[in-house]
Write a new protein. Structure first.
Length: 175
């Protein structure tokens, strides 16, 4: 197992180097999105609508941050169970999504889409949302404000600690 320090802009090109179990300190832009936002994004794709962010090369963090305390960029920001996004993930991966961040295993259709598209699934520690928030240097709501904590936010991360849960070849820590 290796350790890497990467920027999100490097994930798509660097994905073949990452192996399940490798550790990553990730910096750069990620977008929060959970099941309600995923459902809307897939509907926009189906209807030819404008997406809230460019999917090609993007990294989605399955999180619903708590309200932002005064003087901080974000509230607690831990990972959500990823399986809830499995019905939508293949569509986003086929549109160029480079990486997903969450917790827990993924179904076979997601793994197949990851291999087909050279994407990776990165795992964050569950139950440590306050610590995860310390790696967020800025946060901005960009879509679906009516969803509250589940709105889509653009976060900038600095050295967010992750583990490669499933690599681009389909090797998994979960099987």
């Amino acid at each position: 197992m290796k350790e890497y320090r990467l920027d999100t802009s490097e994930l798509k090109a660097f994905a073949p180097e990452l192996k399940a179990g490798d550790r990553v300190l990730l910096s750069g832009v990620v977008y929060t999105s959970r099941d309600a936002a995923h459902k809307r994004i897939v509907k926009l794709i189906e209807e030819g609508g404008e997406l809230p962010f460019e999917l090609d090369g993007a990294c989605i963090y399955y999180a619903g941050p708590t309200p932002t305390p005064p003087g901080l960029p974000i509230g607690s920001c831990g990972p959500t169970t990823s399986g809830r996004m499995d019905p939508y993930a293949p569509t986003l991966l086929d549109r160029g999504l480079a990486a997903m961040i969450g917790k827990g295993g993924r179904d076979e259709k997601v793994r197949e889409a990851m291999m087909r598209n050279g994407a990776v699934y990165l795992c964050a520690v569950g139950g440590a949302g306050a610590l995860a928030a310390k790696c967020v240097t800025s946060a901005e709501e960009i879509a679906f404000g009516d969803l509250g904590c589940e709105s889509v936010k653009r976060l900038v991360l600095k050295d967010f600690p992750l583990v490669v849960g499933i690599d681009s070849c389909g090797r998994s820590m979960f099987v």
